[in-house]
Design a protein around this ligand. Structure first.
Ligand code: 5GP
Length: 174
């Protein structure tokens, strides 16, 4: 669709970041181009409205940059899913495997109430470990996680194999 074309024109490939052999999808050109950013946020907001979500959960850090404007546009609450040690209150935490080592995500224990309809938002779905951990945290609070929305899905990394039954919508599949 239109959003996919706009997105494709405002993402930059950075070779060998964060390490040799990786091609990183850099969204800073999208963020710095107001018309393009608006189209992409609009597409995410349309999806969130269609799913009747009450809450947008953004995954640190680039997910925050997308989740906040979407939440504001549709009048939904905003919940940050953060890296370990950043949230001040009592948290739930989930540790997951990376290629080398592990990572931990946290949310506030009272971040969402039972029955809230939550849309998870991030920039990229790669191996799916981040999204699966965030999904588990929100489910653990009793939230109804209705989907994951990402700008780009790196399908060769098979992220959907780790996100299980969570419906994934990506503006662009690579
Ligand atoms: P996963 O856990 O699915 O392997 O990795 C997804 C997380 O890593 C997301 O939070 C995303 O921001 C980040 N990520 C992985 N690869 C890329 C990439 O090529 N570009 C960007 N912008 N983020 C990436």
């Amino acid at each position: 669709g239109a959003a996919a074309e706009v997105l494709a024109a405002h993402v930059r490939d950075v070779q060998d970041f964060p390490k040799p052999g990786v091609v990183f999808k850099d969204i800073t050109p999208l963020l710095s181009t107001p018309a393009a950013f608006g189209v992409v946020i609009g597409a995410l907001a349309d999806l969130a409205r269609d799913l009747s979500v009450t809450t947008i959960a953004g995954i640190e850090a680039r997910g925050f940059l997308l989740a906040a404007p979407v939440a504001d546009r549709i009048g939904a609450g905003l919940v940050p899913v953060r890296k370990a040690g950043k949230l001040p209150g009592a948290t739930r935490r989930e540790t997951y495997d990376l290629e080398y080592g592990t990572a931990t995500l946290e949310i506030h224990q009272d971040a969402v109430a039972a029955g809230e309809r939550v849309l998870l938002v991030d920039d990229v779905l790669a191996t799916g470990g981040t999204a699966a951990a965030a999904h588990n945290l929100l489910r653990g609070c009793g939230a109804d996680v209705v989907g994951l929305a990402v700008l780009m899905e790196l399908s060769f990394l098979a992220g959907r194999d780790r996100t299980g039954a969570l419906p994934v919508t990506s503006i662009m599949t690579l």
